[in-house]
Design a protein around this ligand. Structure first.
Ligand code: MTE
Length: 317
């Protein structure tokens, strides 16, 4: 996979050289005795201030634009929300270990002039991925900094030519009961689905991610292809996408159909609007001991606040 280290919105000085990732990966391969205890330690807030392993770690200039260090590969790939596999974050990686990510196609259709089904390989050729270091803020009030590779969703949407009636974009995750043990739970209205307003989808920050730390996107993080919308709570960033559909009506989303008063369609990160069952004022950055304040729009207000001019964010939560 080629990597175009484009500088928007991440400065090239913030990017960890690929060799560092690769040497770390080699270390991790070698460290076959990395016990589950060590992996668990990577996720426990009380112990992660200490080094979790002796291998090379991302260089000190691997930060987001606010100067916050990227999380370790281990943090990002062993602490996952992916209900199709499990509701236990630390079980997802092992349950997704054999998940088949190739071949994989994404059907793009609905209100477009040029509907098309793309193989992931085609997408990577048409839209070479670039690195984006983004904060991910889960609605559960934990967060990470993640070096994704991906391409702007706007490029794909422009290629299929939305019609003038298209106002929203709907996304759907694969539903495969054989491979995804969590989908046997009748509590959730599978498949996982999500949506964005078309202007949100066209924003330069919105990407389809296909890689992480210079490698293909691991299954537990939504491989082979997922959405990343960094100013919204993590549940908007839908994993393992098989379908993208342009619509005229606001699409139903999985979490807002389960609990509309808890999970709105917009789901913009907002410390001023609490979840009905907990505060959103602060968050626990995985790997840190003390909590930190949550930023409006997760710190991306300069790029996205205009999308919500005139809207009451307490009502459109
Ligand atoms: N996508 C699907 N298909 N299924 C899920 O359960 N969980 C969401 C989101 N995308 C989820 C999903 C939630 S709640 C979060 S916080 C992020 O994925 C977590 O992404 P990560 O595991 O890569 O950190």
């Amino acid at each position: 996979m080629s990597h175009l280290y484009k500088s928007v919105p991440v400065r090239s000085s913030e990017i960890t050289p690929k060799q560092v990732y690769l040497s770390r990966r080699d270390f991790m391969k070698a460290a076959t005795l990395a016990t589950s205890a060590a992996l668990l330690a990577a996720c426990a807030p009380s112990v992660t201030a200490q080094p979790q392993d002796a291998g090379p770690v991302p260089t000190s200039n691997a930060t987001d634009e606010l100067g916050d260090m990227v999380n370790t590969y281990s943090d990002i790939t062993t602490y996952n929300n992916y209900y199709e596999f499990s509701t236990d974050k630390q079980s997802v990686a092992s349950l997704a270990k054999d998940f088949k990510t190739t071949p994989w196609t994404v059907e793009v259709g609905g209100l477009v002039n040029k509907p098309k089904t793309y193989g992931v390989e085609d997408l990577l050729k048409l839209f070479p991925p670039e690195e984006r270091i983004y904060r991910l803020r889960c609605v559960e009030a934990w967060s990470m900094v993640i070096p994704w590779e991906g391409f702007m969703l706007s490029k794909l949407l422009k290629a299929v030519e939305p019609t003038s009636d298209a106002k929203y974009v709907r996304f759907e995750t694969l539903l495969d009961k054989k491979q995804m043990p969590g989908t046997s739970s009748p509590f959730y209205p599978w498949p996982y689905q999500e949506g964005l307003r078309l202007d949100e989808a066209m924003n330069d920050l919105t990407i389809l991610a296909t890689g992480l730390y210079g490698e293909d996107l691991p299954a537990q993080d939504g491989g082979p292809i997922r959405l990343v919308v960094p100013w919204k709570y993590g549940f908007k960033s839908i994993k393992a996408i098989i379908k993208i559909e342009l619509t005229s009506e606001q699409p139903a989303t999985m979490w807002s159909s389960i609990a509309p008063n808890e999970y709105g369609f917009y789901a913009n990160v907002n410390p001023g609007v609490d979840h009905p069952r907990w505060s959103q004022v602060s968050e626990r950055r995985i790997g840190e001991i003390s909590r930190r304040g949550t930023l409006l729009f997760n710190g991306y207000g300069d790029q996205v606040a205009h999308l919500y001019d005139g809207m009451d964010l307490t009502k459109n939560y």
